[in-house]
Write a protein that binds this ligand. Structure first.
Ligand code: PEP
Ligand code: MG
Length: 748
């Protein structure tokens, strides 16, 4: 057999004058691979593969032999987008016999898909009489030929179904947790994927030199990252250093770089060779179950992405198609910000829970997002159509769905849903400037949960009355480090400027748990959510907390200031934090016009310290995300527990009713924040319990306002009181509350 390199060299000269005719390519491939048959199938409209050229099968079959996607070996390869290597193809369960081809004598077959932007454009197949398994380098050569076939196939009229909106490969569905509610349809962009611009190269020596250069650049980049992220001489961050050092070793791993070198010597350009090896890694990952190896391969794949970026040199990143949906294995906060700037309309992360960074930031940016969609990176290609269905969160708990390459009817269904959603939104827009009140005129203040300066525009857009929760850690997470006092003060100052007369409740850093800054030591904890986090860190590292408090006071610059602390478990902790703030306030001039010091209520133990707490706190904000997880001992990030316990349970409603009563008697303002508040049914119920301030993500403000405006609060209160009496043994009162809302035309 001649070498794959020889095949590529001949193909290159054949194609030098433009797209070569398919029969010539088939003849050349058959001759070079010493195969009796080489056939090229082209995708035709209606997901039909048609024999477009053949060397070895009967010529009269060309243009006549047709297979549906999914039918026969060729159809299967098109459907799965993966090669098949079969020593005895005719006894494969999917073999479809087509008498006009005269293919009876050929036992073995290898077929590879021809793909363009995530869609199948055709299939290239080779057959031999003798039963044999084809060698890896033969399959690789065929895959390279398949890459080169894109243009000739398109020139020969092959259609990848893009214009009909039909995916040529089979649809796939993935479940995940809803990180941010919403619906989106768009083409996939894959984080870390860079398509090679040039496939073949004349001179392997030049390509090897380019590779060596790019590897050097990439290593230098990693070294800089390690030095930048970890302060020089730092002994405090051995884990982070280990991780980055391990990453650096992977970058220098001779095994995969050797594979890239071999592919270059086989006739590929450096970027095509890296692309090829990355594809192989992805294939291997699909089969590996060992988590350590998977992680290592994931690192290697990530590295391949960096290497491609380095090879593309100073080229601008490829533009993101309009409304694209980003698919990522994992996603750092800075990366997500970068993609957001490039115009994505949704995010799917294979490994992320609702409480993780990606989730927090996506929520802050208002991008619909799903996490924990395992396996999606292995199944998707750039350009695949994606439906992101994170709509369920409004109704039945956080379970979302991602559909890759949806069927036409499914896509139509979602397009209609998106249309209906935007019409509903248009209806809500009229509510923006009206005050928020129930039908009988009871005022309920609606405020925003915010974490980034860029979200402040939502104040105007939604007509929210203020910021009920400013999560100060979000900007730090996005930045990757804790900012210095002046820099923090500038951020907080901008928030106050933007809010103007509207109140802002700043929450001090809620780091720890899963909200870790890169480079900061992560203590080994079995239950990080209940571990060394939030105010606990602040009290154990008072210098850190005091710097933040100083920044807040400086930012206020004589204006009113409200500060609250996260994860307070005892009144003593609250007093200690309050004392730090008061001490800082003594030193900062000008003093704020007023200083209100409050607490989050997220730990159930505070419920049994209410009299003391209400004497000391200027206000209380209930964080239902954490309160639910601690009240029911149910990890808020666990997809397996999602939806199992309900905010509308008698237990939670009793707690909130009691708290509202006590706070009211003590004259201490009470608000509730947390994701649940953004759902109209939950929001009207909280109002029914006597809670008159709700703080939520921007997406909730107008729908909640619309629901409140339709509720007759005295009547609804009666229902709630009765339900809490009769349904005390139920695990949730959601159904009867929802039934009442429906009967009374409350849009929930
Ligand atoms: C909460 O726990 O409800 C809350 C608002 O805080 P976070 O989601 O930031 O933990
Ligand atoms: Mg919390």
């Amino acid at each position: 057999m001649s070498t794959p390199r020889h095949l590529l060299a001949r193909l290159r000269s054949l194609m030098a004058r433009g797209p070569a005719p398919l029969p010539e390519i088939a003849r050349l491939v058959a001759a070079e691979l010493v195969a009796e048959v080489c056939s090229i199938y082209a995708m035709r409209p209606g997901d039909m593969l048609e024999l477009a050229a053949t060397e070895g099968l009967r010529p009269e079959a060309v243009g006549r032999t047709r297979l549906r996607v999914g039918e026969g070996i060729v159809g299967l390869v098109a459907a799965t987008a993966h090669p098949l290597n079969l020593p005895d193809a005719q006894n494969h369960p999917d073999f479809a016999y087509r008498p006009e081809t005269g293919e009876e004598p050929y036992a073995s077959m290898v077929a590879v898909p021809v793909r363009r932007a995530g869609r199948t454009l055709g299939v290239l197949a080779v057959q031999n009489r003798a039963p044999r398994l084809y060698e890896t380098d033969e399959i690789e050569a065929l895959e390279t030929v398949a890459m080169l076939l894109v243009e000739p196939l398109a020139a020969a009229g092959a259609s990848d179904g893009a214009e009909e909106g039909v995916g040529a490969t089979l649809p796939r569905r993935f479940n995940g947790s809803v990180l941010v509610a919403g619906l989106a349809i768009g083409p996939a962009v894959l984080a870390g994927a860079h398509a090679p611009r040039r496939l073949l190269a004349d001179d392997p020596a030049t390509e090897l030199a380019r590779l060596a250069h790019a590897v050097e650049d990439m290593r230098r980049g990693l070294d800089e990252m390690i030095t930048d992220r970890l302060p020089a001489g730092s002994k405090a961050t051995p884990e982070a250093r280990d991780v980055l050092e391990a990453y650096r070793l992977v970058a220098a791993d001779p095994g995969w770089l050797r594979r890239v070198g071999e592919a270059i010597r086989g006739g590929l350009s450096a970027e095509a060779a890296v692309h090829r090896v990355a594809g192989e890694l992805r294939d291997r990952m699909r089969r590996i179950v060992d988590p350590y190896l998977r992680e290592r391969l994931a690192d290697l794949e990530d590295m391949a992405g960096r290497l491609l970026a380095a090879l593309n040199g100073d080229c601008e990143p490829d533009p993101v198609p309009k409304g694209a949906i980003l698919l990522a294995r994992r996603l750092g906060p800075a990366e997500l910000l970068d993609w957001h700037g490039r115009g994505i309309s949704g995010v799917v992360v294979a490994e992320a829970s609702p409480a993780g960074h990606a989730a927090i930031l996506a929520r802050a940016l208002g991008i619909p997002a799903i996490g924990g969609a395992r396996g999606i990176m292995e199944a998707a290609e750039a350009g695949d159509e994606v439906i992101l269905d994170a709509e369920d969160a409004q109704h039945a708990g956080p379970s979302g769905q991602v559909i890759l390459r949806p069927e036409q009817e499914v896509k139509l269904f979602y397009q209609r849903a998106i249309q209906a959603r935007s019409e509903r939104r248009a209806g809500w827009a009229a509510l923006r400037s009206l005050p928020s009140a129930t039908r009988d005129g009871t005022r309920v203040r609606l405020m925003l949960n915010v974490g980034l300066a860029l979200e402040l525009a939502q104040l105007e857009a939604t007509g929210a009355e203020g910021i009920g929760l400013f999560r100060t850690e979000i900007a730090m997470l996005a930045r990757g480090a804790i900012a210095e006092v002046q820099e923090q003060a500038a951020v907080y100052g901008r928030v106050l400027d933007e809010a103007g007369e509207r109140p802002v409740l700043f929450r001090t850093l809620d780091l720890g748990g899963d909200k870790l800054l890169p480079g900061s030591p992560a203590p080994e904890e079995e239950n990080p959510a209940m571990g060394w986090r939030a105010l606990r860190i602040g009290l154990d590292r008072p210098a850190l907390l005091r710097r933040q408090l100083r920044a807040l006071l400086l930012a206020a610059a004589g204006r009113p200031l409200s500060v609250m602390f996260p994860l307070v478990a005892t009144v003593t902790e609250f007093c200690a934090a309050r004392a730090l703030l008061l001490a800082e306030a003594e030193r900062v001039r000008p003093a704020p016009e007023s200083l209100r010091i409050g607490t989050m209520l997220e730990v159930p133990a505070l419920m049994w310290q209410l009299p003391e707490l209400l004497r000391l706190a200027d206000f209380i904000s209930v964080g239902t995300n954490d309160l639910m997880q601690f009240l029911f001992a149910a990890d808020r990030g666990s997809p397996a527990l999602a939806g199992r316990y309900d905010v509308l349970s008698p237990a939670m409603l009793s707690l909130l009713a009691h708290l509202a009563e006590q706070a009211h008697e003590a004259g201490v303002p009470l608000s509730v924040c947390g994701e649940a508040v953004a759902r109209p049914l939950e929001a009207i119920t909280l109002a029914g319990l006597g809670i008159s301030a709700l703080s939520m993500p921007a997406s909730g403000i107008l729908p909640v306002k619309a629901a409140l405006a339709a509720v007759d609060l005295p009547a609804f209160r009666e229902l709630l009181t009765a339900l809490r009496r009769t349904g005390a043994a139920e695990s949730s009162l959601r159904e009867p509350i929802a039934a009442w809302a429906r009967e009374h035309d409350v849009p929930v």
